[in-house]
Design a protein around this ligand. Structure first.
Ligand SMILES: Cc1ncc(COP(=O)(O)O)c(C=O)c1O
Length: 403
């Protein structure tokens, strides 16, 4: 029997904890950059499950690897060895320069692990007072208590205090304030190289230099939150590399499993030396399915996918800048590679809704920003199609306003 959107909505409204405000569509299958809903309608997907489906949907190679693993062995726990954690970790080390990996199941868990490992580092040094963090205004790091503590939005934080602290937030547009925010109690600075949920706002080279200087001067650790910017999304393995950042720790997630839940904390050797068995752990973390998927995704990235992002990313930017010239409601085009934001003069909700009605999925973030995160293997023809559809959306909205 066919399930309808109304059936699903009714059942969810009675039985799911209402933590999400969903859009009125239910998907049943996907292929590449296309999704299909319960009525068989096709959508061009420029959200990718919020930067997760980096190889698109139902990628044949990833599907085969997952299916083979599911039919062989899914999970044994971290009591025993299996081959895939090391296979994924070797590739992460090659891409990031950080030699050691801890596997978990999500971006928030990866951030959580980094915060813990930073504190553990100072504890091992005997500097037990170095427990604080400096984070960015506009940062989003996840919703577990530690990750929430370095997330800036008061709306997310207020109902859940007291949070982990002390945390000092500074304005990413004022690099000169960083030095003063650091004290002899600061364990680490945590910062996304591009604020993702915060509206696709790239860190300035001046701010990156301020982080490098401050860390070199005070020994403070730098945690790069690359959950959204990492793994090829910007045309670099990690966007901090483009800025010359030198992280001691890095959180990754989202795209790592191409849709299979997995996150990771990557650490330098000096931080790794401070961590002992039992300090951290996860029952599911590093299971065979997730790490096999991750090894597959990482192979794709290293096998030319990042170069592809760079090439189509330039085309995407050109098309978006031309779009902005045609529509005055687009006040700024930001981002790099396949991580793009259009800042509007109005709330972005109407654009998201109108685009979806016309068969294009885009996402709203920071109220006025349309966020575009297509699969990394998107073709230029689909970029053209998406931008043409957005052109139609903005034109329709303009004529509505004029009526
Ligand atoms: C930069 C950043 N860090 C952490 C997270 C949390 O990841 P997750 O939702 O997988 O827990 C996100 C999610 O959007 C993110 O964008």
């Amino acid at each position: 029997m066919k399930v309808t959107l109304d059936d699903i909505r009714n059942r969810e409204s009675r039985h799911l904890l209402q933590t999400y405000k969903r859009q009125p569509v239910a998907f049943v299958r996907g292929r590449g950059a296309r999704l299909y809903d319960v009525d068989g309608r096709e959508y061009l997907d420029f959200v990718s499950g919020i930067g997760v489906a980096s190889l698109g949907h139902a990628h044949p190679g990833l599907t085969a690897a997952i299916a083979d693993q599911a039919a062989t062995l899914l999970h044994t726990s971290n009591l025993y060895y299996h081959r895939y954690q090391a296979e994924a970790a070797v590739r992460l080390a090659q891409l990031s320069g950080l030699p050691r990996t801890f596997f978990c199941n999500s971006g928030a868990e990866a951030v959580e692990a980094c915060l813990k490992f930073a504190r553990r580092y100072w504890y091992t040094q005997g500097a037990t007072e170095r427990t604080g963090f400096v984070a960015l205004e506009g940062a989003f790091a996840g919703r577990t208590l530690g990750a929430l503590s370095v997330t800036h939005s008061e709306q997310y934080r207020a109902p859940f205090g007291p949070l982990v602290g002390p945390v000092t937030f500074i304005d990413p547009l004022k690099p000169e304030t960083l030095a003063a925010a650091l004290t002899d109690r600061t364990a680490a600075i945590i910062a996304e190289p591009i604020l993702g949920e915060g509206g696709i706002r790239p860190m300035s080279p001046q701010f990156a230099a301020a982080i490098n200087d401050a860390c070199a001067r005070t020994g403070t650790l730098y945690i790069a939150d690359e959950v959204q910017t990492g793994l090829g999304r910007t045309g670099y393995p990690f966007y901090g590399q483009a800025l010359g950042l030198r992280p001691d720790l890095m959180s990754v997630g989202k795209a790592l499993g191409g849709g299979v839940p997995i996150g990771a904390a990557l650490v330098s050797e000096r931080v790794a030396q401070a961590v002992s068995p039992g300090d951290h752990g996860s029952t599911h973390g590093g299971n065979l399915l997730g790490t096999r998927a991750a090894a597959f995704v990482l192979d794709q990235l290293m096998g030319g996918l990042i170069d592809h992002v760079r090439t189509v990313g330039i085309h995407f930017e050109r098309r978006l800048r031309a779009l902005a010239l045609r529509h005055p409601s687009i006040v700024e085009v930001r981002g790099i590679g396949l991580m793009r934001g259009l800042e509007l003069s109005m709330d972005a909700t109407t654009v998201v809704d109108t685009a979806r009605d016309r068969g294009l999925l885009v996402n709203r973030t920071d109220e006025k920003v349309v966020r575009l995160l297509p699969p990394l293997n998107i073709e230029a023809t689909d970029i053209d199609r998406a931008v043409d559809m957005l052109d139609g959306v903005f034109a329709a909205l303009r004529s509505e306003v004029q009526v």
